[in-house]
Design a protein around this ligand. Structure first.
Ligand code: 13P
Length: 251
């Protein structure tokens, strides 16, 4: 059975003291509830080691928001997968639309990042999703299929089985405009069929596919009720413990 997951993506928000405080708040809130899903927070690189020290790893997973496409060496300012793993983090978001769009990440760099993440025991949370124009031109299925094929279909079935997918329609990110639960279900079902076409039914049924884009406590329940929506990747609403927990408890 695939896992239900709610993951926060803090993006470039919070100073170190603010981030540690938020992590502690989420950790404490989780201690008081019987969460019906795995809960993960993905935080800035600078916060990883400190946050790892204040959370209960049995209740709250920790991840980075990116890693480098090289293992080590003369790449000033980059953070490698082994460095991320050495902080205690277990997850890494890869291929977020903001990185594809603002930092020119291509399928080729993403394949390298995914390979390095897996080699270092990190679980990639691999993001895919179309921009508004692509949806309006009815290209959204082709775009998402190509992102999956080009970024991930070089993997063995065993390695693909370690990937968490996150469908994030770019037009819904930070805009307050959520995909309807039917739009999310339609795309998640399609994504699962693409995975099935390559790796077979068992792998497809075991792949967690998260929805991201203006997910909030008020819409999480309807989204998570859909059969192919296995949880959420949460931006803005993950920056306060109360709203994040409101989404966690939507399961
Ligand atoms: P918002 O929840 O702020 O729309 O962001 C979604 C996202 O990009 C998570 O990775």
């Amino acid at each position: 059975m695939r896992k239900k997951i709610v993951a926060g993506n803090w993006k470039m928000n919070t100073t170190l003291p603010e981030g540690v405080k938020l992590a502690k708040e989420v950790n404490e809130a989780l201690a008081g509830v019987n969460a019906k899903c795995d809960v993960i927070i993905c935080v800035p690189f600078t916060h990883l080691a400190s946050v790892n020290n204040v959370i209960d790893a049995n209740k709250l997973g920790l991840g980075a928001e990116n890693c480098a496409d090289h293992k080590s060496g003369a790449y000033t300012g980059e953070i490698s997968a082994p460095m991320v793993a050495s902080t205690g983090a277990k997850y890494v978001i890869l291929g977020h639309s903001e990185r594809r769009q603002y930092y020119g990440e291509t399928a080729e760099t993403l394949r390298a990042k995914v390979a390095l993440a897996l080699e270092n025991g990190l679980t990639p949370i691999f993001c895919i999703g179309e921009v508004l124009e692509e949806r309006e031109n009815n290209k959204h299925f082709d775009v998402v299929k190509a992102q999956i094929e080009e970024g991930l279909f070089n993997l063995s079935a065993e390695d693909f089985g370690k990937i968490i997918l996150a469908y994030e329609p770019v037009w819904a990110i930070g805009t307050g405009k959520t995909a309807t639960d039917d739009q999310a279900q339609e795309m998640h079902h399609f994504i699962r069929s693409v995975v099935e076409g390559k790796y077979g039914k068992e792998v497809a049924e075991n792949t967690s596919i998260l929805y991201g884009g203006s997910c909030k406590p008020s819409n999480a329940k309807a989204l998570f009720a859909k059969p192919d929506v296995d949880g959420g990747l949460i931006g803005g609403a993950a920056l306060e413990a109360e709203s994040f927990m409101g989404i966690v408890t939507a399961f």
